[in-house]
Design a binder for this molecule. Sequence first.
Ligand SMILES: *[C@@H]1O[C@H](CO)[C@@H](O)[C@H](O)[C@H]1NC(C)=O
Ligand SMILES: *[C@@H]1O[C@H](CO)[C@@H](O)[C@H](O)[C@H]1NC(C)=O
Ligand SMILES: *[C@@H]1O[C@H](CO)[C@@H](O)[C@H](O)[C@H]1NC(C)=O
Ligand SMILES: *[C@@H]1O[C@H](CO)[C@@H](O)[C@H](O)[C@H]1NC(C)=O
Length: 529
Amino acid sequence: MFKQSLVLFAVVAAVAYAVPSIPNPSQYYMSGTFSIPYFNIVEPIELIYDGVNNRQYISYYNGMDITLNLFEQNISYSIGPQVNTLICQTIPGNGSLITVLPPIPSEWSFNGTSTVNGIDVFSYTQKVVNYGKAAYYTFYVNSDGTPVQFYLNGVDFIFDSHPDVYILDFTTWTTDISQYGSIWEVPALCNNAEEATHAQFDQFEEIFGHIDSSNKKMDSSFDQFKKQFGKTYENTLEHNTRFATYKQMLHRVATHNAHNSESTYKLAMNHFGDMSDEEFRKFIIPHVDRDENNGASEVHDNEDVSALPASLDWRTSGCVTPVKDQGVCGSCWTFGSLASLETVACLKHNKDLISLSEQELVDCAYVGQSMGCNGGFASNAYQYIMNAGGIATESDYPYLMQNAYCKASTVQNSGVRVQSYVNVTAFSEAALQNAVATVGVVAVAIDASAPDFRYYSSGVYYSTVCQSGLDYLDHEVAVLGYGTDNGQQYWIVKNSWSTYYGNEGIVWMAMNRDNNCGIASQATYPIAV
Ligand SMILES: *[C@@H]1O[C@H](CO)[C@@H](O)[C@H](O)[C@H]1NC(C)=O
Ligand SMILES: *[C@@H]1O[C@H](CO)[C@@H](O)[C@H](O)[C@H]1NC(C)=O
Ligand SMILES: *[C@@H]1O[C@H](CO)[C@@H](O)[C@H](O)[C@H]1NC(C)=O
Ligand SMILES: *[C@@H]1O[C@H](CO)[C@@H](O)[C@H](O)[C@H]1NC(C)=O
């Protein structure tokens, strides 16, 4: 009985009105108004879409700005005012036509009837998720299928900071564009037009060009990221939070690369892409209080650089181990200090390179303020190895990425021992250069908290944000040498953030630019027995 009445109801509903479908013509003309309520913008719009001939015309503000995409001729024209003259610029190449209709109607669902602009309408919606926010696009047509309004809410393609609402009201609509033939003639203004030097901003391309593809693009980009870096998440909540962070970080990387053409370095997405700034500070570069005296026996204060080679890379000596990975554990101090000891010991005895155990330091070297995965100092690492009479090899005492019980007494000693350790004159890049050139790899502490540092990819890293004062140093790394790129001097710095970071794990940091990021503020090296 119940089932029967449902069927009956469905039949009655179908008889009551025929639902018009979303138009999907290959050619159309529309005019109307485009509104962005947040900015009180209401602009007249005219658009001719010609999918048959792969071309289109868009006029903003009654022809004040015109976009003419003639992709069948492999060219676009952008006409608009510059100060007080109208100019035309050409943009060579092909592209995709922008439509202001739902591009894939089958992915939209019918959502009932209502009234828009005084017209009885039928609505279709599509769910979109952007920057972690769900929103709906709604497209309204009248009873004969003529578009009435396209309402976009929470698109957030252009502005990150406020809810975006864009409304396109259709006032004229036809699928017969034959009367607009003359529109395709290139305006005289464009004869001998210059090629655009910058990418041309087109509102509609930014807003409508993303519909239907943006979700999928972001999803597949995040899928790719998860696959590449072997990411798995506990549950949907964590997944969604990580995804939101990922999009933010991707934005950070893309923004730096797009807007800093003068910058000497590039950023790239890497395995830190799903980690918030707070997590990064807490787990990767934790702050540790400074010991009053670090126990160094002497100071390397030779600042003479006149006889040193112009460039140098200890990796060519065969005495540098491959880049390692501290993972999610604030153990940088064990990696930076051992990178120096490995090379110094190898050079001293001219024998095999031995990779040493960071985990032994994490587990056992509770010297001074150092405390395993919660951070520490290179000087404490050397102090521990002096006291312990040596340190195990990496393979005998492998890395666990967490605080564990100290197993030093049951694991074999590598034979590498530390006699004492040396401060390099604080804040002196000249003394650091002298030490690197005459001693070998040197452990240095830097301020790694600048938001872009963790996504460094190539070039010479220089930051106006990082600090060089002792209290700002939060990350231990090792200087392997130095060089010059396009007139920019740099330190070759071995990081411990895996080979996914930077250039196969290496970052070039600005040299002789006022001790940038504190590279020479707290440099130390051990003297091997
Ligand atoms: C532009 O791209 C479209 C679609 O990919 C293609 O059909 C067309 O031939 C291209 N036009 C030119 C001039 O390369
Ligand atoms: C289209 O223009 C681009 C950019 O100028 C050019 O590289 C490409 O060869 C052109 N293609 C055709 C089919 O003319
Ligand atoms: C469908 O329409 C109703 C009423 O107008 C609205 O509250 C709801 O959010 C719409 N659903 C979608 C998926 O847009
Ligand atoms: C080495 O530098 C530390 C600060 O990093 C300082 O506390 C210590 O006194 C210095 N040691 C010597 C021998 O100058």
